[in-house]
Design a protein around this ligand. Structure first.
Ligand code: GRF
Length: 191
């Protein structure tokens, strides 16, 4: 399955995917392209360091054309912070997955990402949080849930400490696993 990863920032989730492909955790898919809406995203450097074609997207129509040309079959949003248009989602219905750093339906919908998610979790006083991989549809964080992984919230956690725990113990494990699962299903024609 040909995979494109869409990024906006540091690309630690992209790095987890690259490492998972190298270690064989991802064996039904190949990351053939990384696209960023931010020209200064360190994720682009990670792509180049690993010989993966990296493009900076100006608009959705141009990236859609590029994905079509490349024969992209699965799109993975890894720290991608732009809302995709209904047209984009429609073209890749059930073929776009996203990692959210909380246990959906918790924390939190529109315009809520990064540290703010963990601030909300701490403010609410939850004892567990975690990460969710879900299909992307027109509802922000609203698509079918594919996988979730919980982590403990510890006394004294700051948003930064909690984010790091969610990334290392949940996101970076869950996204490769979910990507392999969906890649396998697409390859076998059962998705
Ligand atoms: C992080 O807040 C992560 O929790 C979320 O996207 C942000 C950036 O991730 N998934 P990355 O380091 O760019 O993958």
């Amino acid at each position: 399955t040909k995979i494109a990863v869409m990024v906006s920032g540091g690309g630690t989730n992209l790095q987890a995917l690259i490492d998972a492909e190298k270690s064989g955790i991802i064996k039904s898919g190949e990351i053939v392209m990384v696209a960023s809406n931010k020209s200064d995203a360190y994720a682009l450097t990670r792509a180049e360091q690993n010989g993966i074609e990296a493009v900076i997207m100006t608009g959705e129509s141009d990236i859609l054309n590029i994905f079509r040309e490349k024969g992209i079959e699965l799109i993975v949003l890894a720290g991608f912070l732009k809302i995709l248009s209904p047209e984009f989602i429609n073209e890749y219905r059930s073929r776009i997955i996203n990692i959210h750093p909380a246990l959906i339906p918790s924390f939190c919908g529109d315009g809520c990402y990064g540290l703010h998610v963990h601030e909300k979790a701490l403010a609410y006083g939850v004892k567990v949080t975690g990460a969710t991989v879900h299909f992307v549809n027109e509802v922000t964080d609203g698509g079918e849930i594919i996988a979730q992984k919980a982590v403990d919230v510890m006394d004294g956690d700051t948003p930064e400490i909690l984010q790091k725990r969610v990334m290392t113990q949940a996101e970076w494990i869950l996204l490769p696993q979910a990507t392999e699962k969906i890649s396998y299903e697409i390859m076998k024609g059962i998705r």
